[in-house]
Write a protein that binds this ligand. Structure first.
Ligand code: HMG
Ligand code: MG
Length: 324
């Protein structure tokens, strides 16, 4: 990555939609992903292979995945990565079954009209025991054990692996004072286990600039390279962009965001959506850095999907861009 290039991981179709109460038709989700693929964004979280009992909104992930493998959307990018969250080996086995039945490898070459695609997964661990229990029904140590066979299977299929560390800057059960050294230790463990990149997540949006700085220092002290690190900010307290600037200053160049600021975590009561992709693009471009993503197109999608869901468009930059 060039030092002035920021890679945006668009998490709207997964993190953004997973908490919506009303079932969203699969075709709307696919239309969202197809529109996103045309904006210049290179990584899209497309769904999660979790039990419907835990997150009912993600029940259509298998069908979405099959569609994206067999009829990948057209895209201006040379390669576009579709990422799926898997909480356990069963989740990855479901994905692999679809890949095997369609015969599409993790690195699928493109054609004249279709972008090449890669299939990736995300695994997740938490920085507090209480959140680990609520989100994955196991202890932190058990969750790390669970991850080992997932990484091993992913490697045999050349599937790139992303890790998440949730509640890195505040926990709905244990409060804002999450130990940064603990976050850094889990991040390092995930990388040692074979994750290609780890996204450190402010699930609750409790993060502040000073504590983000403290966390980044702890990650650096643990030997984590910025190239292996992404930041994932929820905007519950309106601090996501402030904390993004802190991350940029420390040299982080991968950020997760959600079009229209969609979202909220089902196991983090009151947490609102991710930082909106439109606001993130606007901020990064205002600093003279680039994302390769069109603010105008992203703004149109933010407005469209908000309308489809009957919710207010949460992106300030998106609304301003469209009213210009
Ligand atoms: P559990 O209930 O302990 O699982 O949940 P289990 O192994 O006992 O299985 C229970 C049932 O689910 C069984 O079926 C399994 O077969 C089935 P039954 O015998 O009752 O008929 N099952 C599955 N079905 C489909 N797909 C699977 C699967 N696994 C088991 N993969 C489990 C443990 C980890 C599965 C559960 O806790 C879980 O799914 N947790 C994930 C919850 C989730 O998706 N949270 C939101 C995503 S994380 C997030 O948003 C944070 C992030 O954005 C970063 C941040 O902001 O912090 C990433
Ligand atoms: Mg999240």
């Amino acid at each position: 990555l060039a030092s002035d290039h920021v890679r945006i991981v668009e998490v709207g179709p997964r993190d953004g939609l997973q908490n919506e109460k009303k079932a969203i038709p699969k075709d709307i989700k696919l239309e969202l992903i197809e529109k996103l693929a045309k904006t210049g964004v290179t990584t899209i979280e497309a769904g999660s292979f979790v039990p419907a009992k835990w997150v009912p909104q993600m029940a259509s992930t298998a069908e979405i995945c099959e569609h994206l493998l067999t009829s990948p959307p057209s895209s201006q990018n040379t390669t576009i990565a579709y990422n799926y969250l898997v909480p356990n080996i069963k989740g990855l086995e479901s994905l692999v079954k679809i890949m095997d039945s369609t015969g599409v490898p993790a690195d699928a070459p493109g054609s004249k009209s279709k972008a090449a695609t890669t299939t990736e997964i995300s695994l997740f661990a938490a920085a507090t025991e209480a959140f680990s229990k609520a989100n994955t029904n196991c202890t932190i140590a058990e969750s790390l054990e669970r991850i080992k066979p997932i990484v091993a299977l992913a490697k045999t299929k050349d599937i790139r692996v992303r890790g998440y560390v949730s509640v890195a800057l505040g926990c709905p059960y244990e409060g804002p004072d999450v130990n940064p050294t603990k976050v850094a230790d889990i991040t390092a463990t995930l990388l040692e286990m074979g994750a290609d990149e780890v996204s450190v997540a402010d699930t609750t949006g409790m993060g502040t600039a000073p504590r983000t700085m403290e966390l980044l220092k702890a990650l650096k002290a643990a030997g984590i390279a910025n190239t292996d690190l992404a930041l994932h900010f929820h905007d519950t307290y309106g601090q996501a962009l402030v904390n993004t600037i802190v991350g940029l200053e420390h040299g982080v160049r991968i950020f997760d965001s959600s079009v229209g600021g969609l979202g909220g975590c089902p196991y983090s009561k009151g947490a609102t959506g991710n930082v909106s992709t439109e606001d993130l693009i606007h901020t990064v471009h205002s600093l003279g850095m680039h994302t390769g993503v069109s603010l105008e197109e992203m703004s149109r999608i933010g407005s469209w999907i908000s309308g489809q869901l009957g919710r207010v468009n949460d992106s300030r930059a998106g609304k301003a861009t469209l009213s210009r």
